[in-house]
Design a protein around this ligand. Structure first.
Ligand SMILES: Nc1ncnc2c1ncn2[C@@H]1O[C@H](COP(=O)(O)OP(=O)(O)OP(=O)(O)O)[C@@H](O)[C@H]1O
Length: 249
C-alpha cells in the first residue's frame, strides 16, 4: 500500500517492508514515502508497530522483506561500512534520551563526530557550540545528564543527533517522559529545526496533541499496517475520526 501516493524523489521510501519477531508480525507489508522537509507523525495504539516501523527506516531493525531507501540510497543493499556512512544522514532521538551518563552535554554532542573521526578538535568544538545553541543550551555545555531536567536532556539528545548534519531526524516518543509545558517547548524546538535547517522529521507518538502541534502529515498504524494517512490540518477540521479514536484509545 502506498500511503502518501507517489512523491517525486521522496527522501524516505519504504517498499513492501515487513518485520516479524519470531512468529509475531510487527510490521506487515508497509509502503511509505516521505518528502524532503516533511513532518510526519506515526500514531496508533501501544504495540501497533510504530517504533518498529521507525527503526526500519535507519535499519536499526532489518526488514525480513522489502526495501528501504533514504536520500536516494537503498539502505537494504548496503554492507556494514557503507550503512554506517549512510546512517550519518539519519539522526534519532528516544523517549528515554539515551545520553552517555558519564559525559557532559558537550561531550555527548561531540560523540558522533569523534566516532566519525573526520573533523578536527577545533571543528568539533565549533559544531558542538552551534548545536547546543540550536537547542538553547549553550550554558549547559559542562553539565552532566544527572544535572539536567528531562526537557534539557532531550535537547542534548537533539543536539547530538543534529551534530553530523543529518537530512532526517527520527523521533521515538520524544516527549512521553516530559510534562505538558516541557512538551510544548520541545515540539516548538523541533518545528524550528525543521523550518530553519530543513531537516525531515518522522515522529512516533501515541498522543494526538503532539501530532496536531507539530506534524503536517500523519499515518495511523494498526496491527503492523498503515491503515490511514492524512494531512493534519484537515484532521483538525474534523475529517479523521479514526485517527482520533486510535490516538486516544
Ligand atoms: N525486539 C523485539 N522482540 C520481540 N518482539 C518485539 C520486539 N520489538 C517489538 N516487538 C513487538 O512488536 C510489537 C510492536 O512493537 P512496537 O514497539 O513497534 O509498537 P509501538 O506501536 O511502538 O508500541 P509502543 O507505543 O508500546 O512502543 C509489540 O507487540 C512488541 O512486543
Amino acid at each position: 500500500m502506498s500511503v502518501i501516493g507517489s512523491i517525486p524523489h521522496p527522501l524516505i521510501r519504504l517498499d513492501g517492508v515487513s518485520k516479524s519477531f519470531g512468529s509475531f508480525a510487527a510490521v506487515r507489508d508497509v509502503s511509505l514515502q516521505v518528502r524532503e522537509g516533511e513532518i510526519l507523525g506515526l500514531i496508533g495504539r501501544s504495540g501497533a508497530g510504530k517504533s518498529t516501523l521507525l527503526r526500519l527506516i535507519n535499519l536499526l531493525e532489518r526488514p525480513d522483506t522489502g526495501r528501504v531507501f533514504v536520500a536516494g540510497q537503498e539502505l537494504t543493499r548496503l554492507g556494514s561500512t557503507e550503512l554506517r556512512a549512510a546512517r550519518r544522514q539519519i539522526g534519532m532521538i528516544f523517549q528515554q534520551f539515551n545520553l552517555l551518563q558519564n559525559a557532559t552535554a558537550a561531550e555527548n554532542v561531540a560523540f558522533p563526530l569523534r566516532l566519525d573521526g573526520k573533523a578536527s578538535r577545533a571543528e568539533i568544538a565549533a559544531r558542538v557550540d552551534e548545536c547546543l545553541a540550536l537547542v538553547g543550551l549553550q550554558d549547559k555545555a559542562a553539565s552532566y545528564p544527572a544535572q539536567l531536567s528531562g526537557g534539557q536532556k532531550q535537547r542534548v539528545a537533539i543536539a547530538r543527533a543534529l551534530a553530523p548534519r543529518p537530512a532526517v531526524l527520527l523521533c521515538d516518543e520524544p516527549t512521553s517522559a516530559l510534562d505538558a509545558e516541557t512538551t510544548r517547548e520541545l515540539l516548538a524546538t523541533l518545528a524550528d529545526i525543521n523550518a530553519r535547517l530543513g531537516v525531515t522529521l518522522v515522529i512516533v507518538t501515541h498522543e494526538l496533541p503532539v501530532v496536531q502541534a507539530l506534524c503536517r502529515q500523519a499515518a495511523v498504524v494498526e496491527n503492523g499496517r498503515i491503515v490511514e494517512q492524512f494531512a493534519v490540518a484537515e484532521a483538525a477540521q474534523g475529517q479523521s475520526t479514526l485517527a482520533r479514536e486510535v490516538a486516544y484509545a
